[in-house]
Write a protein that binds this ligand. Structure first.
Ligand SMILES: Cc1cc2nc3c(=O)[nH]c(=O)nc-3n(C[C@H](O)[C@H](O)[C@H](O)COP(=O)(O)O)c2cc1C
Length: 181
């Protein structure tokens, strides 16, 4: 009888070890571009809520206030956003990009969509087969156009519809993240 109990206990231990090893932790990245700090603040809260690694997408050349003047057709942001093939250079220092399963990718809405520096980032690291979820801040525009444009342009990525998180509290962000699962 004792022998049977010991054998059963050993079997239970082996099964537990086996199944714990097979359960892989989902690794999360919270990457963001922010020209004036608004998206950065949301990204920090999102990283806390998800337990993800916070990473800033840094342009090689920082945007000045003049660069961001959307009223000026000749400003850097206007010129970049008029040319959908523009790819503003980034500092390429994200380590182990391939190790992440889920990527939250944040930006300010520019001209109703994502700044083309987001294309630079996606093309630099690929993320094929990974889950990518946009988040953004804006003056009121939605993120719908970016969701649609990017899902079409990068079909190898597993996209989940993103959201504008204007003025979102940490509780709002948590409710959104929980709803994605
Ligand atoms: C070049 C440029 C274009 C913008 N276009 C839009 C837009 O189309 N719709 C909108 O609601 N807000 C627009 N905004 C406002 C930003 O999305 C908003 O201020 C955002 O929160 C800034 O985020 P950041 O501080 O992280 O850069 C634009 C801002 C800039 C600089």
């Amino acid at each position: 009888m004792n022998k049977i109990l010991i054998t059963l206990a050993a079997l239970a231990l082996t099964l537990t070890a086996c199944c714990q090893n097979n359960k892989k932790e989902m690794k999360t990245l919270v990457a963001y571009f922010s020209a004036t700090g608004t998206t950065e603040a949301v990204a920090k809260d999102l990283a806390e809520v998800t337990g993800g690694t916070l990473y800033e997408i840094k342009p090689e050349v920082k945007y000045t206030a003049a660069d961001l003047d959307w009223r000026d057709k000749a400003s850097r942001s206007s010129v970049e956003m008029q040319d959908k093939s523009s790819r503003p250079a980034i500092v390429k220092d994200l380590k182990d990009a391939d190790s992440y399963d889920v990527v939250y990718l944040g930006f300010p809405v520019w001209w109703y969509t994502a700044p083309t520096i987001i294309n630079t980032f996606l093309e630099a690291y690929g993320f094929e087969g990974k889950t990518v979820i946009f988040f953004a801040t804006s003056g009121g525009s939605s993120i719908d156009k970016a969701n649609k444009d990017f899902a079409e342009a990068y079909p190898a990525i597993h996209w989940k519809a993103g959201k504008t998180l204007n003025g979102a509290s940490k509780a709002d962000i948590k409710a959104w993240v929980d709803g994605l699962k």
